[in-house]
Design a protein around this ligand. Structure first.
Ligand SMILES: [Zn+2]
Length: 296
């Protein structure tokens, strides 16, 4: 009996040594997988509601390489307060490092960051994306015009289903909030100057003009409006929805909306925009809006 136990113990020891050696050889230990425990039809881990959709993302402005920093390369654009201490974010991943403009965040860098986060989010939902920013340091009107034309061409060539144009605002002291701009014809923009209410826009605008692209842009703006008013700590500025003749959204072939994400000169808005976690949330809301627009 004692001999049998000894024999058994030495067998167990041998097995343990063998297992330990095998584990060391592999570097890691894995539990055994018994084949019939694997679900026969394992469903995909992630849903891809935006499969087949192409989204163009235009990061507004370009980054200046001229001495007029913090202004942006295409001659316009804004920045967090170059002349204030509270709106400088030294050490922030978007901020200018060192020198006279240390800690200032440019609109061009903010929109680029947002564009990348939104693209990642949309791609995770199954969409394809194209970034339409064209780099340029032109500050002349003609140079700027050419830059905008090149962006439009990129979006049109890619045959994007929708275009999102990203910007951030600058205004008077007490103004804050996000704004959505939909393209309009010259006649419409004259008839419905900004100041028309969101409700009236819903009912009256675009439909009488029989412009499908503009109607679809309005539908997309509505989806963005509800996604951005749901959990967003940045409220809509006044009614939140405006008509415009901004070049990119006016000239592309697909439905398009321009977003002013908030006011860069207002601490309540800019403090949030400077936060990577806020920008991640923003990308999620945009993803929700795009899904809603396509009924996915
Ligand atoms: Zn802008």
């Amino acid at each position: 009996m004692q001999r049998k136990i000894q024999c058994f113990l030495s067998l167990v020891c041998a097995l343990l040594v063998f297992c330990a050696a095998a584990c060391m050889a592999n570097g890691t230990t894995y539990p055994d997988i018994i084949p019939d425990q694997i679900a026969p039809e394992s469903k995909p881990q992630t849903k891809l509601p935006l499969k087949g959709i192409m989204v163009a993302i235009n990061a507004g402005h370009t980054t200046a390489t001229n001495p007029r920093v913090p202004y942006n390369g295409d001659g316009v654009g804004t920045h967090s307060g170059a002349d204030t201490i509270v709106l400088r974010y030294p050490g922030n991943n978007l901020a200018i490092r060192g020198g006279r403009w240390n800690g200032v965040i440019r609109e061009s860098d903010l929109t680029q960051d947002l564009a990348e986060r939104i693209a990642r989010r949309l791609e995770n939902l199954g969409a394809r994306t194209i970034q339409t920013r064209v780099h340029s340091t032109e500050t002349t009107f003609r140079g700027r015009q050419k830059n905008l034309e090149a962006r439009v061409e990129k979006a049109n060539k890619a045959k994007a289903d929708i275009l999102l144009d990203l910007h951030a605002n600058y205004g008077f002291r007490d103004e804050r909030g996000f704004m959505l701009f939909i393209p309009a014809s010259q006649k419409q923009s004259t008839l419905f100057r900004p100041g028309v209410s969101f409700a009236r826009l819903n009912e009256k605008i675009h439909t009488p003009f029989r412009d499908v692209r503009l109607q679809k842009s309005l539908a997309f703006a509505k989806c963005l409006y509800s996604a951005l008013t749901d959990a967003n700590p940045i409220p809509p500025f006044w009614e939140g929805l405006y008509l415009s003749r901004f070049y990119v959204i006016t000239h592309v072939n697909m439905p398009a909306v321009l977003i002013e994400c908030g006011f860069m000169n207002i601490p309540t808005d800019m403090r949030l925009l400077a936060e990577p976690s806020y920008r991640n949330d923003f990308a999620v809301w945009i993803g929700n809006a795009v899904c809603a627009y396509f009924g996915r």
